[in-house]
Design a protein around this ligand. Structure first.
Ligand SMILES: [Zn+2]
Length: 439
């Protein structure tokens, strides 16, 4: 547990300055140890053996608040014991609960049709703070208390800007109508033979889903304004999968993958694996998909995101880590945009069952395109959706975090309107506003 407590305290304070400051904070209920620290957080009992992992360990609603910040465990009380500030708000357990998706191991029965824990069943949604990365707010409280307890005037707040913008694109379907199979599909189930025939004969780069140059251009514009290091485009390509939800199966077509990889590895962009729906069901399939993609593109792939965001159980990240990924971008909800992990900064994955800190970095996904406007999800109109994303972007900026957006290549093309909203226009407006507001 000690390494987890240390990690969370350092994460709360902010990694650049966390080294020695974290040693000023204790996490103990033993009064004999209080005077060793400037601040002592009193454990709420969440980690007690008799409580941890049982339904009793879950917070009950409504949550208490400490200085306006929702508190999952402990109480808002603070008091002095000599020169030591005793904090009864259990910020360690509260942060742990959020960053590990602890509630998902207690509520195993709570899953949607795709085996995912629904955002609307989550505590952040039910308690009304899905749009607030409250771990950052805990950090701000802790830094303020540290300034109060000693002359730590030099403790700095994170610089208010989006540290990094990830423009990420899941390539579920690279092309709309470029094969005989597509032609048959559109003839019998889609737009009819005449229209499909015309599309079939168009050059590949005029295919409605072939929006890669446009997506790359959006990243390029941001990099030109912000500098290369602050914005990265990421394309997640499939490497396998045979579930109906994995259609179209372009994974076995190495030539197509190779061509896509060439386009998507332009300067400022990288390629990751879009782990299939099948791999969400059977995580041990991820390795062969990773190898398949690596063979096609001729280089090692370090980034992962699951198709349908269906990395079902928290411990499934064990496999993601084991097969050699360093970073994962799956951690957002499909049904509601916001901060699934309670933070807007990259965080090490902690296994809530074994309490092991891994080397895998999770990048919190703030928002997927379809989440915003589809009626089964948030059902916003375009204007509301843009306002919602900008609100998230401003929040990220105020905490100096990173903003991860997911826009699909097939939602910004010619028929994007048919998908319920003009996601192409929305992305343009969002990015230009982010630049105008200097977020
Ligand atoms: Zn997908």
């Amino acid at each position: 547990m000690k390494d987890i407590i240390d990690y969370i305290l350092r994460f709360l304070i902010g990694t650049d300055q966390a080294g020695w400051l974290s040693t000023c904070i204790g996490y103990t209920a033993d009064p004999r140890l209080f005077d060793r620290y400037q601040i002592v957080i009193i454990p709420s009992g969440f980690f007690d053996e008799s409580t941890y992992g049982t339904p009793r360990s879950l917070p009950s609603l409504p949550l208490a608040e400490i200085e306006g910040v929702p508190l999952l465990f402990g109480s808002p009380k603070t008091e002095w014991a000599g020169d030591t500030l005793l904090v009864y708000a259990d910020l360690v357990a509260s942060s742990f609960f959020l960053m590990t998706r602890y509630e998902e191991i207690i509520h195993r029965e709570e899953r949607d049709a795709h085996g995912r824990f629904p955002g609307k069943a989550s505590l952040p949604y039910r308690a009304g703070f899905m749009e607030r990365p409250i771990i950052e707010e805990y950090g701000a409280l802790l830094r303020r208390w540290l300034r109060q307890t000693a002359d730590y005037e030099e403790i700095i707040e994170p610089q208010a800007k989006i540290q990094k913008l990830w423009l990420t694109h899941d390539v579920d379907a690279p092309l709309f109508c470029q094969s005989l199979r597509h032609l048959a599909r559109e003839t019998f189930k889609g737009m009819g033979l005449t229209q499909a025939w015309k599309l079939y004969w168009r050059p590949e780069r005029q295919d409605p889903y072939y929006t890669f140059p446009w997506l790359l251009e959006q990243g390029e514009k941001m990099r030109n304004t912000w500098g290369a290091e602050r914005c990265q485009s990421l394309f997640f390509l499939k490497g396998g999968g045979n579930a109906p939800q994995d259609k179209p199966h372009y994974s076995l077509n190495l030539r197509l993958l190779h061509r896509l990889a060439k386009i998507c590895s332009a300067p400022g962009s990288s390629i990751g694996l879009h782990s299939s729906y099948s791999a969400g069901l059977q995580p041990n399939r991820i390795l062969s998909e990773k190898r398949h993609l690596e063979k096609a593109i001729g280089s090692v792939v370090c980034y992962n995101r699951h198709h349908y965001l269906a990395c079902r159980e928290p411990e499934d990240f064990n496999t993601v880590e084991k097969v050699g990924f360093t970073d994962d971008f799956t951690m957002g909800y499909a049904d509601i945009a916001g901060f699934r992990l309670g933070t807007c900064r990259p965080v090490h994955w902690i296994n809530p069952i074994t309490k092991r800190i891994s080397n895998l970095t999770l990048h919190p996904l703030a928002c997927m395109d379809a989440t915003l406007c589809e009626s089964k999800y948030m059902g916003l109109n375009e204007e509301e959706a843009i306002a919602y994303v900008l609100k998230l972007a401003r929040t990220v900026s105020s905490h100096g975090g990173e903003l991860v957006l997911l826009w699909h290549n097939d939602r910004v093309g010619e028929f994007s309107g048919a998908k319920g909203a003009d996601y192409r226009k929305m992305l343009q407006i969002i990015l230009s506003e982010i630049i105008t507001e200097d977020l």
